[in-house]
Design a protein around this ligand. Structure first.
Ligand code: UD1
Ligand code: CA
Length: 454
């Protein structure tokens, strides 16, 4: 049976107090709506229809690369009205999952359970039982069967005691949506077209309404303000941290760990506190990440140790490398095995060969460094003339003295040595020494200036 996912995303999100539409607010580094769309894709939905209202252009632009049908709900007249807007593009057969753009954590498993339960009955919903369901639509049951959803504002005092509520996630046959939605009225306490009224229509048609509970409660939590967003972020992160620990990752403190993307790990990876991992990252066996590192779209091979406060963006790091503390690897940094990159060393668009070291205060930009070379403290590749970028090539087993400026384009041959403090503008031949400094001025028995007494 073909599955459509309908996502309600027309609400204003006033309580966020933001210029950004609510469904574009980030959770774990990705827009709320992006989480829902990703889950829709995991269940192989054939159509994804998103209902937009406020900030529609920005919302559509944020997902321009995705195959999504956009339907406008110009005026927010209720959840039922919102889904009515999809009827012109909704297939006649198949089944629809109805989700909310601001309930980002609903899982593939829960949706699969809902699909399975609803495929027999033609209608089902996700409900949850909590101590206090104030504000939510309550699930009224008789002999265990769902009889109605009553909105909080329409509920009697007795109904308000009900602890089972409607999470706003449904599965309904498309044929029934085409039949029922045009019949909704707004004759209720809020003057809205309630989607929940389809439950009464299902019962009138002699159907039973299936229900499932989410695997984890936070899956059905909605986001209306920044306090809820921050609370959900922590729950989402706790869940990710748990999954990583189940895979064998040693998180020193799971409550001080943030993953904004995906992390693939080997065995015995250890991650210290306050590390942020973004995008698509991969850590091999026994990788150790020190406190406070920020690692984005980076692969780190087995055995590599990263000292605290190092920053990575689109880097590829080989095995048994030592990095940091306070190192910065920018896009295109490629380190071979056993490289050492020390404190305050920046590497951009450069490859560093096996066993080479740049241990202190260095900039390697647009450079190719061979194997076993030593780049002295304070070495700078001068890769930019103000308009164009040029390459620095350093061979194998070269030794670059401290505080050297290598003015690109320039090549330092295999085994060559550059004297400390040199500004190298011409190629240095293999195995030769190049020194470029002004002559040293010396004065014997020199007296430093004395402080003048007043
Ligand atoms: C709805 C349910 C309620 C349930 C609750 C769960 C109805 C009548 N009630 O409450 O039983 O417990 O969700 O959170 O459906 N939206 C639109 N257009 C509209 C109105 C809403 O797109 O005209 C979207 C909102 O952006 C949001 C979702 O629908 O993503 C739910 O709307 P919200 O106002 O939060 O839910 P309620 O109607 O209060
Ligand atoms: Ca409402």
């Amino acid at each position: 049976m073909s599955t459509t996912v309908i996502i309600l995303a027309a609400g204003k999100g006033t309580r966020m107090r933001s210029t950004l539409p609510k469904v574009l607010q980030p959770l774990a580094g990705r827009p709320l709506l992006g989480h829902v769309i990703e889950t829709a894709k995991k269940i192989h939905a054939e159509n994804i229809i998103t209902i937009y209202g406020h900030g529609g252009d920005r919302v559509q632009a944020a997902f321009a690369d995705q195959d999504i049908k956009w339907v406008e709900q110009a005026e927010q007249l209720g959840t039922g009205h919102a889904v009515q807007m999809t009827l012109p593009v909704l297939p006649q057969d198949g089944i629809s999952l109805i989700l909310s753009g601001d309930v980002p954590c609903i899982s593939q498993n829960t949706l699969q359970k809902l699909l399975d339960a609803s495929s027999q009955t033609g209608i089902g919903l996700v409900t949850l039982t909590v101590d206090d369901a104030t504000g939510y639509g309550r699930i009224v049951r008789e002999n265990g069967q769902i009889q109605a959803i009553v909105e909080h504002k329409d509920a009697t005092e007795q109904q308000r005691q009900i602890k089972e509520f409607n999470t706003g996630i449904y599965c309904v046959s498309n044929a029934k949506l085409h039949e029922w939605l045009p019949k909704l009225s707004n004759n209720n306490a809020q003057g809205e077209y309630y989607l929940t009224d389809i439950v009464a229509m299902a019962l009138a048609d002699g159907l039973t309404v299936a229900s499932v509970e989410p695997e984890q409660a936070f899956e059905v939590e909605g986001v209306n303000d920044r306090i809820q967003l921050a609370a959900l972020e922590r729950q989402f992160q706790a869940n990710l941290a748990k999954k990583l620990m189940q895979q064998g990752v040693h998180l020193i403190d799971p409550s001080r760990f943030d993953l904004r993307g995906n992390l693939v790990v080997g065995q015995d990876v250890r991650i210290d506190i306050n590390v942020i991992i973004e995008g698509e990252c991969e850590f091999g066996d026994h990788v150790e990440i020190g406190a406070g590192c920020i690692i984005k779209n980076t692969k780190i091979a087995a055995g590599t140790k990263v000292q605290p406060y190092s920053i990575f963006d689109q880097a590829i790091v080989g095995e048994d490398v030592q990095i940091g503390p306070f190192a910065r690897l920018r896009p295109g940094a490629k380190l071979a095995a056993e490289v050492h990159i020390g404190n305050f060393v920046e590497v951009k668009n450069s490859t560093v060969g096996v066993g080479s070291k740049a241990n202190h205060f260095t900039y390697l930009g647009d450079a190719e460094v061979g194997c076993g070379s030593n780049i002295g403290a304070g070495t700078i590749t001068c890769n930019y003339d103000g308009a164009n970028k040029f390459k620095t090539i350093i061979g194998d087993h070269a030794f670059i003295g401290s505080n050297s400026a290598l003015v690109a384009p320039v090549t330092i041959g295999n085994g060559a040595t550059v004297g400390a403090g040199s500004t190298i503008t011409r190629d240095v031949e293999e195995n030769s020494l190049a020194v470029e400094r002004s002559k040293q001025f010396t004065k014997e028995n020199y007296q430093r200036p004395q402080k003048i007494k007043k």
